[in-house]
Each structure stands twice: as C-alpha cells, then as structure tokens.
Design a protein around this ligand. Structure first.
Ligand SMILES: [Zn+2]
Length: 108
C-alpha cells in the first residue's frame, strides 16, 4: 500500500516537488530524471492537477471532487468496477487529486 517511488502511503504525500515527481513517474509513467522546468506542479497548481483528471476521463473512470466542510475529498472509481471507489482527502483540491491518483495506481 505504498508509493513505488518514495515508499510513503498516498496520504503521507504532501504538496510539493517530491509529490509532483511521484505523480510524474507513478501516475503519468514518465521516466526520471525530471528537469525542474519540465516537471508539472501537479500538487500545487489546479491546471496541472487537471491533467490527472483528464487522464482518469480517458481511462473511463468516474470521479467526484467535493468539499466536506473541512477538507476536499476525491471519490474515484476503479477502471472496470464502477462501484468500487477510492476515497481520499486533502486540504487542497490539488493534493486530494494527487493522493487519489497514487491510491488508484498502486493496485493496478
Ligand atoms: Zn511517492
């Protein structure tokens, strides 16, 4: 149940360049090393986090980004099982999206 790149759980990933690198490698499938100018800010910029959601759409997944009064939550379907859902939270939309992506990629 850990990230293959840094060996933390998805919930232990905080906003920043380390998480951005984990997303690039584990979720997007890019090869390291990542140049700083090239690496997207998935965990801190919503336009970059949107690339993750676009990828889910291309994979045929369903997702729901919501605010529960305290944190952002992402519910994300498994690719072939609509009723099996990953639910992950974070204090920003971006980190919630990143954690859901890491949660979904590690078991598939
Ligand atoms: Zn990681």
């Amino acid at each position: 149940m850990t990230c293959p790149r840094c060996h933390k759980t998805p919930e232990e990933h905080e906003a920043g360049r380390e998480t951005d690198a984990c997303i690039a490698k584990v979720v997007m499938g890019y090869e390291e090393p990542f140049g700083d100018a090239w690496l997207r800010h998935y965990s801190t910029r919503i336009a970059d986090a949107d690339e993750i959601m676009k990828k889910w759409e291309n994979e045929g997944r369903l997702y729901h980004l919501r605010w529960n009064g305290k944190n952002y939550m992402v519910d994300l379907s498994k690719s072939d099982e609509i009723y099996a859902v990953y639910s992950v939270e974070g204090d920003t939309k971006e980190i919630a999206i990143c954690r859901a992506a890491l949660m979904a990629s590690k078991e598939e």
